[in-house]
Design a protein. Structure first.
Length: 243
């Protein structure tokens, strides 16, 4: 009897087991396929995002406006520029009117591309074409060496140019970003520089690139004070670097 049962049911059981296999396999296959498809989708999306990120970070910020080509020939006698209050402006693209409009706006304004701003003969800010350097508002900073024969560019750049006292141009001018477009003047929030307008005036009147100096009374004393300060500053730096 038992034999009979085994004989009859075993094949049945086996048959139904075998019949169920394809369904099982199918279900599993679908699952596997779905998982695989999902994994592929995930990695495709990941790849796409990575590629997109790379594209975005490699993409050059589009520059707008005329190229502002700056060489040391660009800079000459500071007094040939246009005076505004106690500093001088110019525009290498010829739009001095737009530069003056920005400089004279009592509410502050964005200077137009090509603007050149100088307070002393050796430090210059030049407004480059839009998109050149978003961090610095497209200002390029220059530290010049000047003598009777003209200007030499000692340093130029955007966020990483330091003046001869090791002060970073951009960092110090940054508080004046809004609404003064990084122009410090006397009261736009920048850390003060130890040089007053008597001294900056004396430096402007004795710019060696202009030929003969046109001194006013007190200039000699102002320049003497300044030279002493500079040499103390530089000596201090030398001490700090040496010891
Ligand atoms: C310690 C802060 C400080 C550093 C560093 C500094 N500046 Fe200035 N700068 C000032 C201040 C403050 C004024 C305004 C002075 C005034 O008119 O009384 C000024 C004025 C100027 C001006 C005239 C327009 C304006 O903003 O008023 C130019 C151009 C300029 N700096 C360029 C530079 C350049 C280029 C460098 C670097 C090589 C530099 N500065 C580094 C604080 C700084």
């Amino acid at each position: 009897m038992i034999n009979l049962i085994i004989k009859r049911t075993l094949p049945l059981a086996l048959a139904s087991y075998l019949m169920s296999l394809p369904t099982y396999a199918q279900t599993n296959n679908v699952k596997e396929n779905a998982t695989a498809a999902f994994e592929t989708l995930k990695s495709t999306v990941k790849e796409a995002v990575t590629t997109l990120k790379e594209v975005v970070s490699n993409e050059e910020v589009p520059k707008k406006g005329l190229p502002v080509n700056i060489t040391e020939e660009t800079f000459s006698c500071i007094r040939d520029m246009t005076p505004v209050r106690h500093f001088y402006v110019d525009n290498v693209l010829g739009d001095i009117k737009a530069t003056l409009t920005a400089a004279n706006n009592p509410e502050g304004a964005i200077y137009p591309a090509g603007s050149v701003v100088q307070l002393v003969p050796t430090e210059v800010m030049v407004k480059r074409e839009a998109g050149t350097s978003p961090a610095t508002g497209d200002w390029e900073f220059f530290e010049l060496q000047v003598d009777e024969t003209g200007s030499t560019i000692a340093k130029r750049g955007f966020v990483d140019v330091n003046n001869r006292f090791d002060g970073n141009c951009f960092a110090c001018h940054a508080p004046a970003r809004e609404p003064w477009d990084f122009i410090c003047e006397s009261d736009h929030g920048c850390d003060p520089i130890p040089i007053d307008h008597k001294m900056t005036g004396a430096l402007q009147r004795s710019d060696p690139r202009c030929g003969d100096a046109v001194p006013e009374s007190g200039d000699w004393m102002a320049l003497f004070k300044l030279k002493t300060m500079v040499s103390i500053g530089l000596t201090k730096k030398w001490f700090e670097e040496t010891f």
